[in-house]
Design a protein around this ligand. Structure first.
Ligand SMILES: [Zn+2]
Length: 367
């Protein structure tokens, strides 16, 4: 309980700690993950469902469990066919090498991984992940740090994003002069909309989603070949809350754009199309925890429609006002008629001489 409270306090502060040593920490966690995974597969009591087993090379005497269908039960050979089918369904959402930040957010909304509560990974990203900063970059691979959620046993997570179009970005920069300062920012803005691959060191990514990113070819960490028969047999969802928050940042934050632009500037000036860049601690300390606005394409479209409707109502109201409100000269004539300053017959005579309201009003004088 004390840990839980401490976790909440940590999350509410949204502190992501020291930049120094972040690469070592991330690498250490990745090595630990790899070591555990290798040991799990080597164990004589391994419960990992391997690639070849899913493909049908299945020893029927092996008892492995799945939660497919809602409750935990032993896997049968017809489950294997269903697993392969689920893989094809999931793969249909991805094409080629990588995935865009926008696709990750949209797929999380349209194919969420159902949990014990109605809250989705996207909901948790919005509520719990209040800090997400780019820490360092090397040749288009960016290391991000996020705060951990309230129930986590660590206080931060490392998310790696690899921009697959990095060499294309480098080639674009080669044709512009070194003194040209506009192009790196433009290329950075282009790069962040292109396909990428990602990895997170959290358990959710490890056990639920790493398999999907492996078969979808947008995995920036170790490959996961073991089918998630217990956690995610229907292969729903695509990314954990940390990755989702980062995807929103990659796509639309000024902070990430500036960071990427600096990386592109170094690439632009480099002699061999390689570049390294690290944020400064002061830059990170400056950033305040903030509630995240992660919008799906559907939400964006709805907002655009709403804005259009609002504008249409506004425009219509303006038009009505314009019709109702007569020109100053006309109103002046009407007032003169009402007060007797001008008679209807005099007005008729003036009209016969093709005088405009403006000219008649001028003759009436006053203001
Ligand atoms: Zn994560």
């Amino acid at each position: 309980m004390a840990n839980l409270i401490l976790g909440r306090i940590k999350a509410s502060i949204g502190n992501i700690g020291k930049l120094k040593g972040h690469v070592g920490e991330a690498k250490g966690r990745a090595q630990e993950d790899l070591r555990e995974r290798e040991a799990a597969e080597k164990s004589p009591r391994s419960i990992i469902l391997t690639k070849n087993e899913v493909q049908g090379e299945w020893d029927a005497s092996r008892v492995l469990m799945t939660t497919m269908g809602g409750k935990t039960r032993p896997i049968t050979t017809s489950d294997l066919a269903q697993f392969r089918h689920n893989m094809k369904l999931a793969q249909r959402n991805f094409n080629g090498d990588g995935i865009t930040a926008r696709q990750v957010i949209d797929l999380s909304a349209s194919r969420p991984m159902p949990g014990f509560t109605p809250e989705t990974d996207l909901d948790r990203a919005k509520k719990q992940i209040t800090m997400a900063v780019p820490a360092s970059a090397m040749n288009g691979q960016i290391r991000f740090i996020t705060n951990a959620g309230p129930d986590s046993d660590v206080n931060r997570h490392h998310v790696t994003v690899r921009f697959n179009a990095f060499s294309e970005a480098a080639n674009r920069l080669m044709s512009s002069k070194v003194r040209d300062s506009k192009t790196p920012k433009q290329v950075a803005n282009w790069l962040r909309k292109q396909k990428l691959a990602f990895d997170c060191d959290c358990g959710r990514h490890r056990y639920w989603f790493r398999y999907i990113s492996t078969i979808g070819n947008f995995n920036a960490g170790r490959k996961e070949m073991g089918f998630p028969k217990i956690r995610n047999p229907n292969l729903k969802g695509v990314a954990c809350k940390h990755v989702l928050r980062i995807m929103a940042e990659v796509e639309s934050s000024g902070n990430v754009l500036n960071f990427l632009a600096k990386h592109m500037e170094k690439l632009h000036a480099s002699a061999d199309n390689t570049a390294k860049h690290t944020a400064r601690q002061a830059e990170i300390d400056k950033q305040k925890a903030s509630a995240t606005r992660i919008k799906t394409s559907q939400q964006r479209a709805a907002e655009r429609t709403k804005a259009r409707e609002k504008k249409a109502i506004h425009d219509a109201a303006k038009k009505v006002k314009r019709i109702v409100r007569k020109p100053v000269a006309t109103r002046k004539i009407e007032a003169a008629l009402a007060s007797g300053q001008l008679s209807a017959s005099d007005l008729a005579v003036l009209r016969k001489f093709n005088m405009t309201d403006k000219q008649i009003a001028a003759k009436l004088g006053g203001s």
